[in-house]
Design a protein around this ligand. Structure first.
Ligand code: NOJ
Ligand code: CA
Length: 694
């Protein structure tokens, strides 16, 4: 890996203001390399540390304090003095083993402030601040100290004090699931409690008016802010509690009814980073690398045993009700014969993988059962599935089997078996697994996003890495850039995926779902959305349901939504004789560079990505329920090169509901000077493959 390190030590800017009438008794500023963003760090008179953030001299976060409520101790909040502080400038370029781009620039200024309580118990607390050109981040450290070995956090009280009632795109602060639709509203209209009790969620717990992260906002002046966290390790997931009156968000960690605390740790330890991405336009949020940059470098070394790929799977047919996971249903999907059919299809169509769900024993005791402990077995196939035979068959055809482990949210059962299960995969040369955590966590009282589960998800990654196995987790903990450290964290769900279109009683995902996801959930990391529905009306399987986009929108998603594994979700028979399927055959999954050409949150977005090692470009564009014109300048292409562009665009009168499959396919020669305008239908999209002409 090519590391360019340039670490310089800067003198910290410290001003001691002794003036009695001033409320600040100390401050330092942390300035982004390009000077556009500044964090001010100060202390209130009572010794409460606080920060505020400015963008081009305008406050974007006002006075916001830090602190914790800890068990059996007075709150860690005020009465601090500054012991020392230090600053540095850091500038490196690192390489993504797979990703949206090959190299990432990581350039920031950092200040570390060491605090101590002036009075007994004189506890120590350290704050880290980083200012980047694309946002700010800070984290706490509990240093090693006498009398504070076990730290039991009852609440983290980090404030994010907004300067106005911003337009906000949010999902509720659910402790168990992120599979909610985004709502666009003013900050003061956030009402997470109204999202309780969704019928399609096997687990959901929304204790108060809080939102999950990433939560994205736009100010009246057009500045974009997105709040999230980076490097969530051995800690609880953070939701943000909404205080409408004071335009304030406060960290609200996911708890546990079993342990009655939010986090238990041993000093010394660091919390995850609290992050604010800041951009003058919406597209700058997507190109920001803040979240991955705040994570530690790759700990796994070379992961070239994992190859980014497209995949098909024995999956959509279950969600359509055509087949079942359960062998006793009489319509078992994961049979040797059916799997071979998918393998043949993949081999014929430049698709690298086949996911097989329902191959192992336990499914007869899945949804609706409370006693799920010890039920699923991750090494024993059902009798009609010959694991060795299909794996060999796939290998002979140059296709990889993707393993599936549905834990049914019995993580202790999975913990016991994971090492053996991954060892079996390693033996069979199966390099990736889709895991699932449907249902309420056993033991009762734990939540998917609490520390106990955060540690479980991490243990799975670490154990899998030992066996050269990569994980795509469903019902996961949110992405926080940990893929940089553990590049076997290839993808995850953590949003309302395509499957909701097959069975959700609320009519599925509306056309503006993905144009919103691109600026919210996708800022966290790769998404296993599973695009590629061609049979949009789901006939004859689901008369009541449908996909609420055009076919061209489904194609556009292969470029818009980033994941190193990208499913072609529909049944093979729905791709037969479909000229538009050529785009899925052709489209890349691993990128040298990404250009976000245009976009507005919840409205539309257009992304161009260059495939690694081929010089091929792919462009995807999607719109919400509104028809719109999109102009694409091909100025990202190499000069003096002619390219063949195959354009897949909404046909005349295409419409997500009335005429979703109308698609026009056209071939053109383009070059760096080309400029083309396209009409996207309501709920429509566009996909273009652009290859240098031979
Ligand atoms: C939920 C996942 O999101 C879905 O993709 C999968 O088919 C089921 N769990 C079964 O594991
Ligand atoms: Ca799911």
């Amino acid at each position: 890996m090519n590391h360019l390190k340039n670490i310089g030590l800067l003198l910290v800017t410290i001003f001691l203001i002794s003036c009695e009438e001033q409320k600040d008794i100390f401050y330092t500023t942390i300035t982004a390399p390009s000077n556009n963003i500044v964090i001010d760090f100060s202390m209130l008179k009572d010794g409460s540390p606080y920060y505020l953030v400015k963008h081009k001299n305008t406050k974007v976060i006002d006075t916001s304090t830090f602190g914790f409520t800890v068990k059996d101790q007075i709150p860690l909040q005020k009465g601090f003095k500054i012991l020392t502080s230090s600053s540095k400038n850091y500038n490196e370029t690192w390489e993504m083993p797979w990703g949206e781009q090959r190299t990432v620039k990581n350039h920031y200024n950092e200040t570390i402030v060491h605090l101590q309580e002036e009075k007994a118990p004189n506890r120590l607390l350290t704050l880290y601040f980083r200012a980047y050109d694309d946002g700010v981040a800070f984290r706490y450290e509990f240093p090693e100290q006498e009398g504070l070995d076990d730290v039991i956090i009852l609440d983290e009280n980090t404030q994010f004090n907004l300067t106005a009632d911003h337009k906000t795109w949010w999902i509720p602060g659910d402790w168990d699931i992120y599979e909610h639709l985004y709502t666009e509203s003013n900050f003061t209209e956030i009402d997470a409690l109204s999202k309780r009790g969704h019928k399609a969620l096997a687990q959901t717990y929304i204790p108060e008016n809080a939102v999950n992260t990433p939560v994205t906002m736009r100010t009246a002046e057009g500045l974009h802010l997105s709040f999230h966290e980076a490097n969530l390790t051995d800690y609880s997931g953070m939701t943000l509690k909404i205080d409408k009156e004071n335009l304030m968000m406060t960290s609200e960690l996911v708890g546990s009814d079993r342990s009655k605390y939010k986090v238990k740790q041993k000093a010394p330890f660091k919390t995850p980073w609290r992050t604010i991405q800041i951009s003058e336009d919406a597209v700058g949020l997507i190109t920001s690398n803040l979240i991955v940059n705040l994570n530690e470098p790759n700990k796994l070394g070379d992961v070239d045993w994992f190859t980014p790929m497209k995949y098909v799977g024995i999956w959509w047919e279950m969600h359509l009700g055509k087949s079942s996971w359960d062998v006793k249903s009489g319509k078992h999907g994961a049979t040797t014969e059916n799997t071979k059919k998918y393998i043949d299809f993949a081999a014929k169509n430049n698709i690298g993988g086949v996911l097989v769900e329902g191959w192992n024993t336990g499914w007869e005791h899945w949804i609706g059962f409370e006693d799920r402990e010890g039920v699923f077995d991750f090494v024993t196939p059902y009798p009609d599935y010959n694991l060795q035979e299909v794996t060999q068959y796939a290998k002979d055809k140059g296709v990889q089997i993707i393993m599936h482990h549905e834990t049914s949210s019995a993580p202790r059962t999975y913990d016991k078996q994971m090492d053996t299960a991954y060892a079996l995969m390693n033996k069979l040369d199966i390099r990736s697994v889709k895991t699932g955590y449907v249902g309420k966590i056993i033991p009762k009282g734990e939540y998917h996003h609490g520390q106990w589960m955060v540690n479980h998800y991490r243990r799975a990654l670490e154990t899998a890495a030992k066996h050269k196995v990569a994980i795509n987790a469903h019902e996961p903990i949110k992405a926080t850039g940990v893929r940089r450290t553990y590049p076997n964290a290839i993808s995850r769900e953590g949003l309302r995926g395509q499957e909701f279109n097959a069975w959700s009683p609320d009519g599925g995902n509306p056309p503006d779902h993905l144009p919103t996801v691109a600026f919210t959930r996708m800022l966290a990391g790769p998404i296993d959305f599973t695009p590629g529905a061609f049979n949009i009306k789901l006939k004859p399987y689901k008369a009541e349901n449908q996909v609420n986009t055009t076919l061209a929108h489904q194609l556009g998603l292969y470029v818009v939504i980033y994941s190193p594994i990208q499913m072609a979700c529909d049944l093979p028979e729905h791709y037969e004789d479909q000229p538009a399927f050529q785009f899925i055959r052709d489209v890349g999954v691993d990128w040298k560079q990404t250009k976000v050409l245009n976009g507005e949150i919840g409205d539309f977005v257009t992304i161009a990505r260059e495939e690694r090692d081929t010089k091929n470009w792919f462009i995807g564009s999607i719109t919400d329920e509104n028809q719109r014109e999109i102009t694409i300048h091909f100025d990202f292409l190499e000069k003096d090169t002619a390219y063949e562009a195959i354009i897949y665009k909404d046909g005349k009168n295409a419409h997500w509901n009335d005429n979703p499959t109308a698609i026009d396919i056209e071939t053109k020669v383009v070059n760096k000077a080309s400029k083309e305008t396209f009409t996207l239908a309501p709920g429509g999209g566009l996909a273009i493959s652009v290859k240098p002409k031979k």
